[in-house]
Ligand binder design. Structure first.
Ligand SMILES: Cc1ncc(COP(=O)(O)O)c(C=O)c1O
Length: 397
């Protein structure tokens, strides 16, 4: 063979005797077949081979199988982001004129996707407040095909009774999907409570290091089959490099969640005794409106919380600007503690009515409690809240 031919030969160094400890990254767009019959067998579902990375890739399969086990699901699928997972699920499972019921209290990106984009394709959306979601039987109509909700909810940490919602859906033949991002499968297993499909922004706790954007759906293979087909057509699959990084992050999920649970509880307890804070929303606190629901369906309460400060948006912005250890950043679920103002990030673009229906105020700050020492985090919150009382007494609040 000439040198030009030698340079482009197929994968070299495939050592059958080398058994890696970690999952190899199959950095290839396509896979090689030996014959036409092999391709036909693949197409007709008689082969376990791979054809094209947009359809599936062994690095992704390894991580998908791990997440399926974690969620106690038959199967799991990875996507290029949480939003890609949500979009592909809804496009795959719904058609024009189907009705979707969605909680009004939900990550803003989900609300806008359903209200502003999917509506253009004839999918009819009905949004329900927390109080309406608490009576799911009276919500569902004959046109309802799917119900989408979150628990705990971003950013208020309100919780819905997952089993009650799932059972109401099952009785009426409605597909239920819950976004389990805030809890993680370590703290909450919605499929065991009767939900059909679980979704995650794997960008958050599942990866845990704020360096991968990814999404997941987990559930029964039959129900997810149209979503699998939609993922191929939409091309919303995760890249193998990112899947590898996600798989590495997953290895420490259990220990990370244990630490998030303990540190966040300590921080929430400290905040709840501080007069400068109007309300602390953390499902692990007995005064949280849904504490009993959370206790029933969660094994730990996670690292997310929300505070409402006295003095409106200006006071919340001053608190935010003074933080020195908490990073002022959107996103959540990483080892670094973050703070965001929901009206500027997760609920940006909401009308006043949408904010009210999501229970979000202008004076809220959302905290993602990371892996730092709890004493250092509390010291930072203390100094950031520090002057508020005096400012309010001065009438500046
Ligand atoms: C609860 C929740 N669901 C879904 C998403 C969307 O995920 P991604 O940013 O990975 O697309 C987010 C993002 O912040 C989120 O907080």
């Amino acid at each position: 063979m000439k040198i030009a031919t030698q340079l482009v030969q197929r994968a070299e160094g495939v050592l059958k005797d080398a058994e890696p400890l970690t999952t190899p990254i199959y950095e290839t767009t396509t896979f090689v077949f030996d014959s036409a019959q092999e391709v036909r067998d693949y197409n007709e579902g008689r082969s376990k081979k791979y054809l094209y990375t947009r359809y599936g890739n062994p690095t992704l399969t390894a991580v998908e199988q791990k997440i399926a086990k974690l969620e106690q699901a038959e199967t799991a699928m990875l996507f290029a982001s949480g939003q890609a997972a949500t979009t592909t699920a809804l496009v795959g499972l719904l058609k024009a004129d189907d009705e979707i019921i969605c909680s009004s209290a939900i990550y803003g990106g989900t609300l806008h996707l359903i209200a502003d984009l999917l509506s253009k394709f004839g999918i009819r959306a009905r949004f329900a407040t927390i109080d309406e979601m608490a009576k799911p039987d009276s919500l569902i109509s004959d046109a309802t095909r799917l119900l989408w909700f979150e628990s705990p909810i971003n950013p208020t940490l309100r919780c819905l009774d997952i089993a009650a919602v799932a059972n109401a859906c099952r009785r009426r033949g409605v597909i239920s999907i819950v976004d389990n991002t805030f809890a993680s499968p370590i703290n909450q297993l919605p499929l065991t409570l009767g939900v059909d499909i679980v979704m995650h922004s794997a960008t958050k706790y599942l990866n845990g290091h704020s360096d991968v954007t990814a999404g997941v759906l987990a559930g029964p293979a039959g129900l997810l089959d149209p979503v699998q087909k939609a993922r191929r057509m939409l091309g919303a699959i995760l890249d193998p490099q990112a899947a590898y990084a996600l798989g590495r992050g997953l290895k420490t999920l259990a220990v990370r969640m244990e630490r998030h649970n303990a540190t966040a509880l300590a921080v929430a307890q400290w905040l709840s005794t501080d007069k400068r804070v109007k309300t602390v929303y953390y499902p692990g606190l007995p005064q949280h409106p849904d504490h009993e629901i959370a206790r029933r369906q969660m094994r730990g309460f996670g690292g997310m919380m929300c505070i409402d400060v006295h003095g409106g948006y200006d006071a919340a912005a001053r608190f935010f600007d003074r933080l020195t250890l908490f990073n002022r950043a959107a996103s959540l679920g990483g080892v670094e503690s973050l703070c965001s103002l929901p009206v500027l990030t997760s609920q940006w673009g909401h009308s006043e009515e949408e904010l009210e229906r999501a229970d979000v105020t202008h004076s809220m700050a959302r905290l993602s409690v990371g892996m730092e020492d709890p004493e250092d985090l509390i010291a930072d919150l203390d100094q950031a809240l520090g002057k508020e009382k005096e400012e309010m007494v001065d009438g500046k609040g």
